[in-house]
Design a protein around this ligand. Structure first.
Ligand SMILES: Cc1cc2nc3c(=O)[nH]c(=O)nc-3n(C[C@H](O)[C@H](O)[C@H](O)COP(=O)(O)OP(=O)(O)OC[C@H]3O[C@@H](n4cnc5c(N)ncnc54)[C@H](O)[C@@H]3O)c2cc1C
Length: 397
């Protein structure tokens, strides 16, 4: 593992610092933390923000230049996210496209698919969603039942997806469908690209614990998708999905961890200005101890992230060990939310919109949002199974 940055990397950091200081719009500064991706107006602003970042060369930095990226290494990409976090700037909106579908298409997509979509993912012209989960296929994803039947040059889709984040604003989705119901569970699945405005697609928002509806049910009734939209081989979509999921658990977790650091810095600042029982929360030994615990955990996440990064930089692909970061991140994220609640006290329950809400209710939002951290991108129990069986080599039962 290499801890020192090169001179070129250091000067890149300074360049980014100066650019962010001059370019983060005032209405977005500070909104990278506990922010909404459900509200249509917020999404429009974030789409514009991604376009600004793209024009400056800061989106898809680790993507090869032939695909519209900067051809920089993942290190510069991570540095950029770190500086964005310090500048309290929101991250690019099109996270599923940039961190999951983009790398998947580069590995498994046809020339036409790459040519059609990669540029538009970068510019946020196409916002993408992930249509994997179904009512009876969450942890047991290979149980998915959405059917795709070949009719000439088209697949006809029927079924239902659920928990599809951003589907209500997405232009396209990458979906897993069953193309051979007679085959074994993990076989007979195909990965395909779906235009979310196709006739027969119905999107119903689901209200979450935060009060917002960022994820959705997606119903597919005789939806026609060109056979040319299949990524990889028909009936071999499980392997393609594994690529997507490893990026979700590895690179995306690294990005989530950087957001967690922003939250921790805000929490420390909060403890330094919140008075309880006649003294500052930051002066209370128990709170101090808990904050120190969070700082140690955050540092462990950073080092583990660097370990994965080093592996990828040396030509490896994200592997099951990326699950360690996701598992630990979700635990630290929930601990952080709980400690914020302790620091604030009963006022922590007051949501945005009330004059009594601390930090405009962003902590209340964060605490509710954190409930999902141990569920999305693989539940805590499933990640423990993966680590036990595939990394530690423990017996299956
Ligand atoms: C905020 C958020 C955003 C999401 N966004 C998306 C999205 O954009 N696209 C998408 O496709 N999905 C999305 N999901 C869905 C997510 O991937 C699933 O919720 C997750 O995979 C769990 O599936 P499930 O909800 O069906 O729960 P289940 O699989 O039914 O699990 C229920 C409980 O049983 C436990 N369990 C299940 N099987 C086992 C086992 N073998 N051993 C031990 N314990 C087990 C689980 O850990 C869990 O606690 C999102 C979820 C959340 C919370």
């Amino acid at each position: 593992m290499e801890f020192d940055f090169t001179e070129t990397q250091q000067s890149f950091r300074l360049e980014v610092l100066a650019w962010l200081a001059a370019n983060v719009p005032a209405e977005l500064r500070g909104r990278g933390f506990a922010s909404s991706r459900a509200d249509l107006e917020a999404v429009r602003r974030l789409r514009d923000w991604q376009r600004t970042l793209y024009k400056a060369g800061y989106v898809g930095m680790d993507w090869p230049t032939e695909y519209g990226g900067r051809g920089a290494s993942l290190v510069e990409q991570v540095m950029f996210y770190e500086e964005m976090s310090r500048a309290q700037a929101p991250q690019p909106l099109n996270r599923s496209g940039l961190s999951m579908l983009g790398p998947t298409l580069m590995k498994h997509g046809t020339a036409a698919q790459k040519g059609r979509h990669l540029d538009r993912i970068l510019t946020a012209e196409e916002i993408w969603c992930q249509g994997f989960s179904e009512p009876n296929a969450g942890s047991d994803l290979a149980n998915l039942q959405t059917r795709a039947v070949l009719d000439g040059d088209w697949y006809v889709l029927n079924g239902q997806k659920v928990w599809t984040s951003m589907a209500h604003v997405a232009d396209w989705g990458f979906f897993l469908v069953r193309t051979d119901p007679a085959a074994a569970k993990h076989k007979g699945i195909t990965f395909l690209l779906l235009d979310m405005r196709s006739p027969g697609v119905t999107i119903r928002p689901l209200r979450q614990i935060t009060g917002e509806a960022e994820f959705n049910e997606v119903f597919l009734d005789n939806v026609r998708v060109p056979a040319a939209n299949v990524v990889g081989k028909v009936n071999e979509g499980w392997g393609v999905a594994i690529t997507t999921l490893s990026y979700e658990r590895d690179v995306l977790t690294m990005i989530r961890h950087i957001s967690l650091r922003t939250a921790l810095e805000r929490l420390i600042a909060l403890a330094k200005r919140t008075r309880r029982n006649g003294q500052l929360a930051s002066a209370e030994p128990v709170i101090r101890q808990k904050l120190a615990g969070l700082m140690v955990a955050e540092r462990c996440l950073q080092l583990n992230g660097y370990r994965s990064l080093t592996k990828i930089l040396k030509g490896g692909a994200p592997g099951p060990e990326g699950s360690t970061s996701k598992l630990f991140w979700s635990q630290v994220d929930q601990d952080l939310a709980e400690i914020a609640t302790e620091v604030i006290g009963p006022y922590s329950q007051i949501a945005a919109g009330s004059p009594w809400a601390v930090d405009e209710g962003q902590w209340e939002f964060y605490c509710c949002l954190a409930r999902g951290s141990g569920i999305r991108a693989g539940t805590t129990e499933i990640l423990r199974n993966i680590l036990g069986e595939r990394v530690l080599g423990l017996p299956k039962d």
